[in-house]
Each structure stands twice: as structure tokens, then as C-alpha cells.
Write a protein of this length. Structure first.
Length: 91
């Protein structure tokens, strides 16, 4: 199993797909990283060029998340193992 995991990582890196996979993994771990309360009021939509776009329930939540943006980026990147997410855009 470990050999297969290593082979997949090497393939992704050599084919240039590693960054895209890591970026899209951010969509999957969003709820785990931000917690239940924020996850229930947001929806991660896409990641392009290191920018995560997140749909927010309302302007109050948007304002709250803008204040927490740096912390969320740090937590996401910690979970992903690299500086994958550089910016979050709340819409």
C-alpha cells in the first residue's frame, strides 16, 4: 500500500497535477477545518490559482470570515501539508 501511495505521489508531481489535486482537496476538508458552525453557513465552490472561492450565507457571515481569513488559510495549508491556498474570496 505504501509503495502505491508513493508511486501516485511521484506520478502527480511529474505530471504537474499535484498542485491541482492539493487545491481541490481544500474543498473536501473545508468543513473539518472551519468547524460545523461556519461550514453550515458556507459552501466552498472552487479553487483557481491558489484562490479558494467560498459562497457565504449572508453579509454578516462574510464580514466575520473576512476577519478570520488569515487563520483559515493557515489551517487549510496545515491540513494540506503545503502552502496551497494563498487567498480566500468570499462571495
Amino acid at each position: 500500500v505504501q509503495a502505491l501511495k508513493t508511486a501516485i505521489k511521484i506520478f502527480l508531481r511529474k505530471s504537474g497535477l499535484e498542485t491541482g489535486v492539493k487545491q481541490n482537496t481544500a474543498l473536501l476538508v473545508w468543513g473539518e477545518v472551519v468547524g460545523k458552525n461556519i461550514a453550515e453557513n458556507t459552501s466552498p465552490e472552487k479553487v483557481e490559482h491558489g484562490t479558494l472561492t467560498v459562497k457565504v450565507e449572508n453579509s454578516s457571515w462574510r464580514q466575520e470570515l473576512v476577519f478570520k481569513k488569515k487563520e483559515i488559510i493557515e489551517k487549510l495549508n496545515s491540513k494540506l501539508g503545503k502552502k496551497t491556498i494563498k487567498e480566500i474570496r468570499f462571495i
